[in-house]
Design a protein around this ligand. Structure first.
Ligand code: PRP
Ligand code: URA
Length: 206
């Protein structure tokens, strides 16, 4: 399933991120805020279970989240989405996947992986602002499936049709959530119109 989260607040903030004139501080703050807004939408259908509680007035039955949530940012740029979602789900655990895309071949290379222990029973959200060729997201999901993750959602800001297609072919069981589906990739594998190199803009490395 592909879901593009059309919401005026998300769209407005994404427009600020797209502008070449936006600096690191505003880029990061808007990313934080969009990640939180996206999480609110994506978590609508999370399973809940009934628990017995006692309010100051009486015992009652109430509902709590039934599953653990694990956030898995793809380093580096995915890190920029963690805080905004954790503000909403403070109990979420965080795993990390280190991948970088070779600038010539566009192939992803793994350099780090660390996960919490409850992957098979958790709802795992893979975070990366950019879904370009889909190579990094697909490799990340393969790594998670090797750790027996069963429910995986991919959360990206901007996607290209090429990346969506790749994910749907490689991992048809993974739901994809985007803030925007852009036009295409250019000859360097950048999303058009996109927002440039997300990692560099978040961390100020260019
Ligand atoms: C970017 C981006 C994604 C990947 C998307 O990361 O954050 O992880 O490229 O491209 P793909 O869909 O074609 O794989 P990059 O490799 O530049 O690393 P960085 O986050 O450290 O900058
Ligand atoms: N990675 C980015 O950061 N931006 C793109 O447009 C494509 C891949």
């Amino acid at each position: 399933m592909l879901k593009v989260l059309n919401h005026p607040l998300i769209t407005h903030k994404l427009t600020q991120m797209r502008k070449v004139s936006t600096g690191t501080k505003d880029f990061r703050e808007n990313l934080d805020e969009i990640a939180g807004l996206m999480a609110y939408e994506i978590t609508r259908d999370l399973p809940v279970h009934t628990v017995d509680i006692v309010t100051p007035v009486s015992p009652t039955k109430a509902q709590e989240l039934a599953k653990d949530i694990v956030l898995v940012p793809i380093l580096r740029a995915g890190l920029g989405m963690v805080n905004g979602i954790r503000d909403l789900i403070p109990t979420a655990k965080v795993g990390h996947i280190g991948l970088y895309r070779d600038e010539k071949t566009l192939e992803p290379h793994e350099y780090f992986a660390k996960f919490p222990s409850n992957m098979p029973d958790s709802i795992v959200m893979v975070l990366d602002p950019m879904l370009a060729t889909g190579g990094s997201a697909s490799a990340a999901v393969t790594m998670l499936k090797k750790r027996n993750a069963k429910t995986i959602k991919l959360v990206c800001l901007v996607g290209a049709p090429e990346g969506v297609k790749r994910m749907q072919e490689d991992h048809p069981d993974v739901d994809i959530y985007l803030a925007a589906l852009d036009e295409k990739l250019n000859e360097h594998g950048y999303i058009v119109p996109g927002l440039g190199d997300a990692g560099d803009r978040i961390f100020g490395t260019k």
